[in-house]
Write a protein that binds this ligand. Structure first.
Ligand SMILES: [Zn+2]
Length: 189
């Protein structure tokens, strides 16, 4: 796919998050209503892969946000904010989030992401511990997974969950299937 010249210029032909110079492509920051330069960022394959597949996230890769979160481009700020939120469990992203200044309307855009909600009621596990995107959890009972037609055993570890619009449910990968699970059957790992 050819990349828009204006985008290449803005990004100085580097990944706008990690400054890699290989395997770059335009990434339309969701939710995509209109594909414009303002809604696109130039990203490398490694960043895109990790943005799209929570199982592949390497927290250390995202140390790059330390620099790129200061970008003047709102679409880059949005992606930086979202990834920092996903990685909150690591600790250091919280420090960066505290320093990160983004305009209110940019923040609204950043929060329009399924994996991050504006949380009033936290999602909690069977012990009442708050669950956040990126957490790992353990099943505390055998669960029959409809659709995938198998039973996930008690003790199954589910890595890198994401939150849903429902306070009582999370999403996680079991046997490679993205599955919605009731938080009360889970224990934070
Ligand atoms: Zn990158």
């Amino acid at each position: 796919m050819s990349i828009d010249n204006a985008l290449l210029q803005r990004a100085e032909s580097k990944c706008e998050l990690c400054t890699a110079t290989d395997n770059l492509s335009a990434y339309d920051v969701p939710p995509v209503t209109l594909v414009t330069l303002d809604n696109s960022v130039l990203l490398c394959n490694s960043c895109i892969e990790q943005i799209e597949d929570p199982d592949k996230v390497d927290p250390n890769h995202w140390r790059c946000l330390n620099d790129s979160m200061w970008s003047a481009t709102p679409a880059v700020q949005v992606m930086a904010w979202r990834m920092l939120n996903r990685l909150k469990a690591e600790g250091w992203p919280n420090d960066l989030l505290e320093m990160l200044y983004i305009e209110d309307d940019v923040k609204k855009w950043a929060m329009a992401d399924k994996s991050i909600r504006s949380v009033e009621e936290p999602t909690v596990d069977c012990n009442g511990a708050e669950l956040i995107a990126g957490d790992s959890v353990i099943l505390n009972k055998d669960l029959y997974i409809k659709g995938a037609n198998f039973t996930a055993k008690r003790g199954t570890l589910i890595k890198s969950i994401s939150l849903t619009d429902n306070d009582y449910q999370i999403e996680g990968n079991i046997n490679g299937t993205r599955t919605v699970l009731a938080a009360r059957y889970l224990k934070k790992a």
